[in-house]
Design a protein around this ligand. Structure first.
Ligand code: PRP
Length: 182
């Protein structure tokens, strides 16, 4: 698996240290609030797992699984909900946890859905932000790292469902795209 990586963009150490910093900021901002972390499956799993341990205020954890239809127009942002929240989030302060924001279409719709469920507030923390990819205007409230328009894998991000378990974020070698084996 590691041999398929051309270069490491963000190391394990950098990710862990940023989780610590973000956890401290989020703990300060959500003191006294009814915090619910909402992880979007599957990419956010490693990030939410490390981040939640760095947050020192009480919180609930919920997960959603959505599929995007990026074929439509930019403003539609149609998504299919494969798994919805288990808990009622009305009156709670929701912090969506994402691995990456690219076009912004997924979050654009998810934020609207969570507001409709009666959340008191809906904010976003993303490990990676790729602002050059945006098709809709969307700004995360907390950002781990801003990256260029490059295809990345690892730490939750996949290529054909593999590489999510890499402890860092990296760029795949070109030959991997043409080979079936990973
Ligand atoms: C990825 C990622 C975000 C979304 C970002 O999810 O985890 O949810 O795409 O892209 P956007 O800003 O262009 O909408 P994906 O649908 O690949 O599912 P996964 O998390 O299971 O990999």
């Amino acid at each position: 698996m590691h041999q398929d990586i051309k270069k490491i963009l963000i190391s394990e150490r950098e990710i862990q240290s940023r989780c610590e910093e973000l956890g401290a900021i989020i703990s300060r901002d959500y003191a006294g609030k009814k915090l619910v972390l909402v992880g979007l499956l599957k990419g956010s799993v490693p990030f939410i797992s490390d981040l939640c341990k760095r947050i020192t205020v009480p919180l609930q954890m919920e997960f959603m699984d959505v599929s995007s239809y990026h074929g439509g127009t930019a403003s539609t942002g149609q998504i299919k909900v494969n798994k919805d929240l288990d808990a009622d989030i009305a009156g709670h302060d929701v912090l969506i946890v994402e691995d990456i924001i690219d076009t912004g279409l997924t979050l654009h719709t998810v934020i609207r859905m969570l507001k409709l469920k009666g959340a008191n507030s809906v904010k976003v923390v993303t490990l990676l932000d790729k602002p050059e990819g945006r098709l809709v205007e969307l700004q995360a409230d907390y950002i781990g790292f801003t990256i260029p328009k490059e295809f990345v894998v690892g730490y939750g991000l996949d290529y054909q469902q593999y590489y999510r378990n890499l402890p860092y974020v990296g760029v795949l070698k070109e030959e991997v795209y043409t080979s079936k084996e990973v």
